[in-house]
Design a protein around this ligand. Sequence first.
Ligand code: DP6
Length: 331
Amino acid sequence: MEATAVAHPNIALVKYWGKRDQKLNLPAAGSLSVTLAGLSTTTQVQFDEHLTEDRVTLDGEPLETGRSRRRVVDFLDLVRHAAGFRYKAHVETKNDFPTAAGLASSASGFAALAVAAASAAGLDWSRRRLSVLARRGSGSAARSLFGGYVEMKPGTRSDGSDAHAIAIATEDHWDLRCLIALTARGKKETGSTRGMLHTQESSPLFESWRQTVPGDIEEARHCIDDRNFEGLGSIAERSCLRMHATAIGADPGILYWNAATVALIHRIRRARADGLNCFFTIDAGPHVKAFCLPEQATDLRSLLTSVDGVENIISARPGGGAHCTPGPTGQ
Ligand code: DP6
């Protein structure tokens, strides 16, 4: 009744933004991402027949009330329902990177929780089925079940059973570097769930955005197959800018960027014009993720560091999918 799992966050190169069903958390379109080694979430789950309520801790702090706790408890309910028992659980989660700062901690968080909770509950599920489960916690979490380059299928079924991720290339297929330039401390103002729902409800740009996604995924897949860095970069930048354009066009508009975010966009584009192979992407927060080839990572890092407002840089590379690991007690 106990298991521990590790999962890495992922960064979308073709963004997920919008839902076709809120209850089942079904995405409005597909997406495509890279799972990142170098950052991880470790989650331990223990179902305990003597507990009267779930005990959840995040980075050592008990989650006693609030939306984060609700999301975890609702998720555990799905696992309990599938396993046919009602035992409450001890859940202990640790991130080795800032939580809820636009670094996709919900992706690695729910991927690790899905693997640990399913294993602790004795559910011997395929990775696809675990991806469907992780999606209920967070859409991007479905992708962290897989390593390397990953595509999220939006699915067409109303029960969501075909809305899961698939692996399109392993982490060894293409070694890229992702440098995450942190431009602010603390939690973001508008979380991605609220941001995308508000966009969908009030932005006239949303529907045209949605229609661009399948074509971007198709092209990005080819670029990954061919290791075409320039091609992938232009798709990733346009997907990111269009996603943010829909949010900016909501009513009231949502602007996730700060001055340093904008300075970084310009800096990366100028570096590219000067011959450094790099591109950026930005999620629902002010940080900028810059991609380059391994041999140019040192140059890119010093260039990002020189931008005013950059507080720290985290380096990551393609990594593996979520998996069980021996827990602290060796189990
Ligand atoms: C901008 O997966 O956090 O990072 O499904 O509501 O939990 P929920 O949303 P979430 O959204 C991620 C949005 C994004 C783009 C992406 O990762 O594809």
